[in-house]
Write a protein that binds this ligand. Structure first.
Ligand SMILES: *[C@@H]1O[C@H](CO)[C@@H](O)[C@H](O)[C@H]1NC(C)=O
Ligand SMILES: *[C@@H]1O[C@H](CO)[C@@H](O)[C@H](O)[C@H]1NC(C)=O
Ligand SMILES: *[C@@H]1O[C@H](CO)[C@@H](O)[C@H](O)[C@H]1NC(C)=O
Ligand SMILES: *[C@@H]1O[C@H](CO)[C@@H](O)[C@H](O)[C@H]1NC(C)=O
Length: 459
C-alpha cells in the first residue's frame, strides 16, 4: 500500500517535471518536427492576412454596404484612388518560379526524409505554374471580382451620387497605361453600370507617367534619392540577417529537408504562396504556404513592411511630400463649386496609395520602422493598408445645417478620421481639411520639388 502510494507520488512528480521541461524548451516544436511528417497547421486566415501587398482584398473589404447618411446632408461628390486588383506576378517572379521552385519541387519530392505530410506531397506533385512572362502583372479573375464588387458596394452606399446610368458629366474614370489598371477600370465600371453598360464609358488617354495617378514616375529626384538609392533598402536587407528570418529559413529547411534553401528562395516562396492564395478563394491556400509556420510568415511580412516603409512611405520626406500632386487634384474635383464631374475614380498602383496615405499622416508610428522592430506593435502594416484593390475615397456632403461642406474619408470602405480633423466624428469640414493641407498644396510644384540641383551632384 505504502509502496504503491510512493509510486504514484513519484509518477506525479516526474510527470510535472517532464511537463515543465517541455514548456521551458524553446525548441520543443522544432524537435517534434524532426520526428514525423506533419501537415502544416496554418489556417487560411493566418496565411491570407499576412501577405503584405499580395493580400487579396477580401481580407480587408467592408461588406457592410448600407447607405452612409448624415442628418440634413447629402453626398454630392466623390474622389477616389484605387489600386488595381489581384494580378499575376512580375516577369522576374514568373521566371524565378519556373526555374527555382520547379527545382525545389523535384528536390522535395525525391527526398524520403521530407517532413511534409502525404497530402502536401501530393498537392506538390500536381502543382504546376504555367503563367507566361507575356502575361506578367495581368489582372486575374479574382482581381476583376474585387473591383466589380467594390463598385457595387460603393453604389449601394451612395445610391443618389453613383447613379446606375453612365453620364460623362457625372463620372470621370482614368487609369494608367497598364493592362491591370485598364482591366480594373472596366471591372469597376461594370459593377456600376452592368456588363452591357460599359461600352459607352469614355476614358482620357492613359499615361505611363501620369502627373496625378502616378506622380512619382515624373520625379527624377525621388528616383535617384530614394527608389534607386541602396540606403533605402538597408533596413529590409539587414532584417534578412536577423534571427527571425534565419529561424524562418531553418523551419523551411527542416520541413522540406532541403538544406540549401536560401533567404532569397524563402522570399520567392512567400511571394508565390501569396499570389496563388490570393488567386483562388475557393481552393486551399497555395501548397507553398505549407512550408511556413505563423512566425515565418510574419517575418516575411515584416520584411515587406520595411521595404515599403522606406521606399513608398514615411522613410523619406520627399516620398510623401510629392503626393500633394494627387491631393491638389482631389481638392479641385471635390469642391462644391467645381465644374468637374461629380464622381472621379482613378485606377492606379500601390506606390501611389502608400505615398498618399503617408502624405495624410495615416498609419504613422512614433518612430521610423527599423530591422529591430519586428516584435513591436506597428501601425504600418501593408497587409491591412495596401492589399490588392486598396482604395481611398473622399466624399463631399452638402448640408443644410449652416456648417458648410463636409468631407467623409474612407479607406478600404471604412470611415477614417484624418489627423487634424475632429477625432470624435467621421465628417471633417472642407475648410479644416484645406487649412490642414494648404501648406503642402501652395508649394506643390513637382518640377521644383523633384528638380535635381547642380550642387547636389557635386556633393
Ligand atoms: C534550438 O534551436 C536553435 C536554432 O535552430 C539552435 O541553435 C539551438 O542549438 C537549439 N537548442 C537546443 C537546446 O536544442
Ligand atoms: C453634382 O455636384 C453638384 C455640386 O457640385 C450638385 O449640385 C449636384 O447635385 C451633384 N449631382 C449629384 C448626382 O449628386
Ligand atoms: C494552367 O494551369 C491551370 C491549373 O493548373 C489550368 O486550369 C490551365 O488550363 C492551364 N493553362 C494552360 C495554358 O496550360
Ligand atoms: C541544392 O542541393 C541539391 C541536392 O540536395 C542539388 O541538386 C541542387 O543543385 C542544390 N541547389 C542549389 C541552388 O545549390
Amino acid at each position: 500500500m505504502i509502496k504503491s502510494l510512493i509510486f504514484v507520488v513519484l509518477l506525479v512528480v516526474s510527470e510535472c517535471f517532464v511537463l515543465q521541461a517541455a514548456a521551458k524548451s524553446p525548441n520543443a516544436s522544432t524537435e517534434e518536427e524532426l520526428l514525423e511528417p506533419q501537415c502544416s497547421n496554418l489556417k487560411r486566415h493566418e496565411i491570407e492576412s499576412h501577405l503584405s501587398t499580395k493580400t487579396p482584398y477580401r481580407v480587408v473589404a467592408n461588406l457592410d454596404d448600407k447607405p452612409i447618411t448624415y442628418p440634413e446632408c447629402r453626398a454630392t461628390r466623390i474622389w477616389s484612388v484605387i489600386r488595381h486588383g489581384t494580378r499575376n506576378p512580375s516577369k522576374e517572379h514568373i521566371e524565378g518560379t519556373k526555374f527555382r521552385l520547379v527545382q525545389l519541387k523535384e528536390q522535395i519530392l525525391k527526398n524520403p526524409q521530407t517532413k511534409l505530410c502525404p497530402e502536401e506531397l501530393n498537392r506538390l506533385r500536381f502543382w504546376n505554374f504555367n503563367i507566361s512572362s507575356e502575361e506578367e502583372k495581368y489582372l486575374t479573375a479574382e482581381g476583376e471580382d474585387e473591383l466589380q464588387e467594390l463598385a457595387e458596394r460603393m453604389q449601394n452606399r451612395f445610391p443618389n451620387l453613383l447613379v446606375y446610368e453612365y453620364d460623362p458629366d457625372l463620372y470621370y474614370f482614368k487609369y494608367t497605361k497598364t493592362q491591370r489598371t485598364l482591366k480594373s477600370a472596366e471591372s469597376f465600371t461594370s459593377g456600376l453600370f452592368g456588363k452591357h453598360g460599359i461600352g459607352s464609358v469614355e476614358y482620357p488617354e492613359a499615361l505611363h507617367k501620369d502627373p496625378v495617378l502616378r506622380f512619382y514616375k515624373l520625379c527624377k529626384k525621388w528616383q535617384t534619392d530614394v527608389d534607386d538609392n541602396p540606403k533605402t533598402f538597408d533596413n529590409s536587407k539587414r532584417f534578412l540577417q536577423e534571427p527571425e528570418i534565419i529561424e524562418a529559413v531553418n523551419h523551411m529547411r527542416r520541413r522540406t529537408q532541403v538544406q540549401n534553401i536560401t533567404a532569397e528562395d524563402a522570399k520567392l516562396i512567400y511571394t508565390i504562396c501569396g499570389f496563388e492564395t490570393a488567386w483562388y478563394p475557393q481552393q486551399d491556400p497555395s501548397v507553398w504556404c505549407s512550408l511556413f509556420n505563423t512566425d515565418a510568415i510574419r517575418a516575411f511580412e515584416f520584411f515587406e513592411d520595411l521595404e515599403y516603409f522606406w521606399n513608398d512611405g514615411y522613410g523619406y520626406e520627399l516620398t510623401h511630400r510629392m503626393a500633394c500632386a494627387a491631393m491638389k487634384n482631389m481638392f479641385e474635383y471635390i469642391d462644391p463649386n467645381s465644374n468637374k464631374p461629380n464622381a472621379t475614380f482613378y485606377f492606379t498602383h500601390s506606390g501611389t496609395l502608400l505615398k498618399v496615405l503617408a502624405h495624410l499622416g495615416l498609419y504613422k508610428d512614433s518612430e521610423p520602422l527599423t530591422y529591430r522592430d519586428f516584435g513591436r506593435e506597428r501601425a504600418w502594416r501593408t497587409s491591412v493598408i495596401d492589399a490588392f484593390a486598396t482604395n481611398l475615397a473622399f466624399v463631399l456632403y452638402e448640408c443644410d445645417n449652416g456648417n458648410g461642406p463636409m468631407i467623409l474619408t474612407l479607406h478600404q470602405e471604412r470611415p477614417i478620421r484624418l489627423p487634424g480633423c475632429p477625432q470624435d466624428q467621421d465628417l471633417c469640414s472642407l475648410k479644416t481639411l484645406k487649412e490642414k493641407y494648404n501648406r503642402y498644396l501652395t508649394s506643390c510644384d513637382l518640377e521644383e520639388i523633384c528638380h535635381i540641383h547642380q550642387e547636389h551632384d557635386e556633393n
